[in-house]
Design a protein. Structure first.
Ligand code: B3K
Ligand code: ZN
Length: 877
């Protein structure tokens, strides 16, 4: 492998020139598109110093013309290489640069820059897509105002959209038409967007507190008209929430969202013109599942919140990515908690972090929230930057309190409005707004790895006090062998044996101050003492999941049962249930056989079940077993079949032991619940489906119940859950329902994705053979990222039993697809290869098979930079 060059944070240098205005004219053609740009630059050097050369990034472009101040630049003043053009001699007061490039959007299978999706033209520029369209300083700290004109055939492309406000339109004699858009807000090139096509639009409005009427438009291809109502309502809720929670109003006349079928990720926050993966915006009232509605709501809100945290204040460089992503995920989490259930939102945040980010932090791709270097920044849109980044923001919020945090964010936005900022700028604004020093938080941005928080307690009956010894340890990660202690906020309480939280008085305090405290552990070890504790208490630790750490406390089963039954913190209750079930699975793993369910567990579950109607979604989360991946993370070596077997045993045992409960709950909770508010109905269904899953695990009667549910239900959530359970349980039995499903819904791409995913993740039968068959199905399309994720992504990430078959055929198959994909869409190839990089977690045969496949990929002559980076790190582990 020849190694591409790395980019380092320490090498950051400010841009050499300012750009004053950029005008773009797209002449869209079926095969070729001409893009004319014109911009004015002035040198931006410190007084007395000459500006450096002007670097115009450009990748794989056909340059038709470049003029500097109206003439072609002399060859001596222009250097052209694979990264772009470098112009020298641009000193003096200012220069006008005009560039024309010729693009072939139809051939753009990487979906970065200008590309085709179905009958549409659309763009994706973050992070470095703009350089696939023209030569320009494609870096986030170069901000300017954009005017965009789009010229296209008026019949095929009646709708022409770009960022900002529409300022002009007209027709040309040759049957084409044109529209001009102007965006008054300076922005970096990654936030540019344009769309052209035959689109239906769903219009609504939002009136801001200052009385401005904003036009809201969601555009889709005509076949998807009628599927946008939920997104529009979600957008209105998000706008209202940002006004109330942070005092932030929208700042253009219209807010547009366009749904496209071919998209590398979920959605993109381009200024005033969001482009969305259809899966994250469309929701047909007849076919959307409960999960779809939640996803649409969260993603619409997330992209909207970027309008301030990301767009109005953007990033100095890509190392600061978490400055916008961590903060915006945190704001999205706040929104979901406040408009839905705070308890459930937090449980899901924690579960998500443990499932995705903790493994990343302990693997070869481990990197800090603010990485120090990259080969390709596209590989750093990770759970660490997004979700651990959000947890770091949450710890700042915990430290400052809600009002202080809000004041800090407002100061940050005022201070840096219209400019590019760094993570230090954000922290500085929080410090200045509240007078609270926060420099100790820098380590959270710079240090990779999941800290282990070790807690031990000791009760002193004579002095009637309880000592807690807190300590922390962060394992080494690639390139960071020595770790510093971090400030870890530990929200805690102490529970007496009767299940009451005790008033907390620390040594040296005159009187207790409530039953919950946040103790911040700064050093490697710290001891704290609570007074007036008559009996040994059970500590309730990391309440509300107060820090992104792995907790190590030697709870007994009885203590976990007490927390699960009596704590008032939903995260602690949920986590106690997870530990109880994990303990039962580990018993089965360590001792083999099929041990009976521990009585402590059955009694605790019985108590949870008794209250199921009060909070069905919480009960569903609490009684769902830890995933095979999560169990694997707790083991020194991943025992694929044994983990699967032990978890299956527990599923079966729980299914049989509580058979009567599951039957009643399933009957009570699955179904449509007409007239019941949407979120309550979804919560009931979620529990109903857990009950059905346990019924299926218990045996034949459950499988029949799933079959009945599949045929008799009138809603898609019930239908898809039943179909997935059938496909998991019995390949033969699922054959007919799978066929009828496709016959009925095969023309709906979003449902076809779900249908593919169900088969790719199914446990029954020969999973690899099934996936090979799916790839030959007419619905499969290697060029469509949603299809690739539904089949190959789902198989390699969510079907460990079949992907990791011991003969290595699953590994080889995925490696071959990765190599094929790399030529089409490197970004998706680089994602798909990730599971193979975890070879060091497996037994010798599997580790050899996985690393052999990585080597095979690495030895390919023309590897993309994206894929190279992941494979090289995977092999170095
Ligand atoms: N900012 C985009 C992600 C762009 C990813 C580019 N590979 C979506 C988001 O986080 O809102
Ligand atoms: Zn984002």
């Amino acid at each position: 492998m020849t190694a591409p060059n790395a980019v380092f944070l320490k090498d950051y240098a400010p841009p050499s020139h300012r750009v004053h205005h950029l005008s773009l004219t797209f002449e869209l053609g079926e095969n070729e598109t001409r893009l004319h740009t014109c911009f004015r630059v002035t040198p931006d050097a410190p007084a007395g110093r000459q500006a450096g050369p002007l670097c115009l990034h450009g990748r794989g472009l056909q340059l038709e013309r470049i003029l500097v101040d109206g003439s072609a630049p002399p060859a001596t003043a222009m250097n052209h290489d694979e990264h772009g053009l470098t112009l020298t001699g641009l000193d003096g007061p200012g220069h006008t640069i005009e560039v024309t490039t010729v693009l072939r959007p139809r051939d753009n299978t990487a979906l970065q820059g200008l590309y085709r999706s179905g009958g549409l033209f659309c763009t994706q520029c973050e992070p470095e897509g703009f350089r696939h369209m023209t030569y320009f300083p494609d870096r986030p700290d170069v901000m300017t105002r954009y005017t965009t004109t789009i010229i296209a055939d008026s019949r095929r492309y009646p709708v022409l959209l770009a960022n900002g406000n529409r300022t002009g339109a007209g027709t040309l004699e040759d049957g084409r038409h044109w529209v001009t858009w102007h965006d008054p807000h300076p922005k970096p090139s990654y936030l540019f967007a344009m769309v052209a096509g035959d689109l239906s639009v769903h219009q609504d409005t939002h009136v801001t507190p200052s009385g401005r009427r904003i036009g809201l438009q969601v555009y889709t291809e005509p076949r998807n008209a009628g599927r946008t109502g939920h997104a529009v309502e979600a957008l209105q809720r998000a706008m209202r929430w940002d006004e109330e929670a942070y005092g932030l109003e929208y700042d253009l006349d219209c807010y547009m969202i366009v749904a496209v079928d071919d998209f590398n990720m979920g959605a993109m926050e381009n200024k005033g013109l969001n482009i969305f993966n259809a899966a994250c915006v469309l929701a047909d009232p007849r076919t959307a599942t409960d999960d779809d509605l939640e996803t649409v709501e969260a993603v619409v809100a997330h992209e909207y919140f970027h309008n301030w945290t990301g767009n109005r204040v953007t990033l100095r460089d890509w190392f600061q990515l978490s400055l916008k992503e961590g903060l915006t995920v945190f704001r999205e989490q706040q929104f979901c908690a406040e408009t839905g259930s705070p308890a459930l939102t937090r449980i899901r945040d924690a579960r998500n972090l443990r499932a995705l980010q903790f493994p990343e932090d302990s693997g070869p791709m481990a990197h800090p929230v603010r990485p120090g270097s990259y080969l390709d920044v596209s590989n750093f849109y990770t759970a660490t930057v997004y979700d651990k980044g959000a947890e770091v923001i949450r710890m700042l919020h915990t430290r400052l309190g809600d009002a202080g945090f809000r004041a800090g964010v407002q100061l940050y936005l005022r201070r840096h409005d219209g400019r590019a900022a760094t993570c230090e700028d954000f922290r500085g604004a929080l410090e200045d707004a509240t007078g609270t020093p926060l420099t100790d938080m820098a380590t959270w941005y710079e240090q990779a790895g999941t800290p282990v928080l070790r807690v031990r307690g000791r009760h002193d009956p004579v002095r009637r006090c309880y000592h807690l010894l807190l300590s922390q340890f962060t394992p080494a990660t690639p390139g960071q062998s020595r770790k510093q202690p971090l400030p870890i906020p530990v929200r805690l309480g102490l529970m007496d044996p009767g299940g009451q939280l005790l008033p907390l008085r620390m040594d040296g305090e005159a009187a207790p101050a409530g039953c919950e405290r946040v103790i911040t552990l700064h050093a490697e070890h710290q001891q704290i003492t609570f007074m007036d504790i008559a009996e040994p208490p059970v500590p309730s630790l990391l309440r509300r999941f107060s820090a992104p750490v792995a907790l190590d406390f030697p709870y007994t089963r009885e203590q976990l049962a007490l927390l699960l039954g009596s704590d008032d913190d939903p995260f602690v209750r949920w986590d106690a249930a997870q530990q109880l079930t994990l303990d039962a699975i580990i018993q089965a793993l360590d001792h083999g056989g099929t041990p009976p369910l521990p009585t402590t567990l059955t009694q605790a579950v019985e108590r949870v079940l008794a209250g199921y109607r009060d909070d069905p979604a919480f009960v569903a989360e609490t009684l769902a077993l830890p995933s095979e991946d999560y169990i694997a993370e707790q083991r020194a070596c991943v025992e694929v079949e044994a983990i699967h077997g032990a978890r299956e045993h527990l599923r079966h045992a729980m299914g049989s032991h509580f058979a009567a409960w599951w039957c009643d709950i399933h009957t009570d909770c699955a179904g449509s619940h007409a007239g019941v508010p949407r979120q309550r109905a979804a919560a009931l269904r979620r529990l109903g489906h857990l009950a059905l899953a346990y019924r299926v695990a218990a045996g034949a009667a459950g499988v029949e119940a799933a079959l009945r549910q599949y045929h008799e239900t009138d809603n898609m959530t019930d239908r898809l859950v039943a179909l997935a359970l059938l496909a998991d349980a019995d390949e033969e039995l699922a054959r007919q329902p799978l066929l009828t499903f496709y016959r009925r819904w095969g023309d709906d791409p979003l449902l076809v994705d779900k249908w593919l995913r169900i088969q790719a993740t199914a446990q029954a039968g020969d999973g690899l053979h099934r996936v090979q068959r799916l790839m030959r199905h007419p619905a499969f399309d290697m060029g469509n990222p949603n299809r690739v994720r539904s089949v190959l992504g789902a198989f390699s990430q969510e079907n460990p039993l079949h992907f990791h078959r011991v003969d290595g055929a699953g590994h080889a198959f995925v490696a071959e697809r990765v190599m094929e994909l790399d030529a089409l869409n490197p970004l998706i190839a680089a994602r798909l290869v990730l599971p193979l990089t975890r070879w060091d977690r497996f037994d010798a045969d599997r580790a050899a098979s996985m690393s052999r496949q990585l080597e095979r990929i690495g030895n390919r002559p023309k590897l993309s930079k994206e894929l190279h980076e992941i494979v090289a790190k995977g092999l170095a582990a």
